[in-house]
Design a binder for this molecule. Structure first.
Ligand SMILES: [Zn+2]
Ligand SMILES: [Zn+2]
Length: 53
């Protein structure tokens, strides 16, 4: 079983440790705002790779 889970911010594909909901403060703030259609830009590698495809 993996203990990692996905960031609670929908567009974000980062994994976060079980202790936290968000991978970063960016996602914590972004999840409070309407962000439909916006890609995550938390600057983590996983999200940057997603955008460049
Ligand atoms: Zn992200
Ligand atoms: Zn995130």
């Amino acid at each position: 079983m993996q203990i990692d889970h996905k960031c609670a911010y929908g567009p974000c594909v980062c994994k976060v440790p079980e202790a936290g909901q968000y991978c970063s403060d960016y996602c914590l703030e972004a999840d409070k705002l309407p962000a439909e259609g916006k890609p995550c830009s938390c600057e983590h590698e996983e999200c940057n790779a997603e955008q460049s495809v």
